[in-house]
Design a protein around this ligand. Sequence first.
Ligand SMILES: [Fe+2]
Length: 218
Amino acid sequence: MRIEGDYKADGYAVLRGLIPPELASMLFRQIKLDLEASGKSFQNFAQKHALVEKPTIEISGHFYRPLTTFLWGLTPIMSELTGADLLPSYDHFRIYHAGDTCHVHSDRPSCEHSVTLTLHYSDNQPWPIEMGTERVTGEDPYTEDWGDEPHQSVDMQPGDAILYRGMDLRHGRTQPNPNQWSAHLFLFWVERGGEFMQHAFDEERLRSELRRVSKLKV
Ligand SMILES: [Fe+2]
């Protein structure tokens, strides 16, 4: 792994090769195989997300334990990289399609320390994430573009990640996805003993996800 940037000073840093690209590819294939084995597919698993115009494919770690295990396993190295004593919050997998963008936004309090990890591009076309360079407070409404706001663009290859303070820095993808589709993981941590520790293991979200799924089954 190679670190680009100063997380403490800038609020984000690029983690080149957080995991080997082969591992990123195998993790993606495992998720796809498990989904198909459960009688579903990426085609019939899409749902609407507020930050993306078209339906996206989302799999929460709350319902797919390998993702939760992956999040938990990364916790020691994330504590090392952030210089904070971390507890895992939650994670999820997402597929974006061709032409998708992700509105510029800041994250909720369970995302004190955030990681976006690229797993796979269908057409090997790097799709940049954009990070604001000015700190914000609170979860402002999302915007479709940056306007005059200063920001930087970071290209990522499979296995590369960006570590960022999701609550403090706005972020998004305003360039259309140049691939037919791309697969990404989003992982979040909070600090032990910190202001947001109540979001450790994200039990509140888990309960609301369970309620949502039980309603769908009725
Ligand atoms: Fe976000």
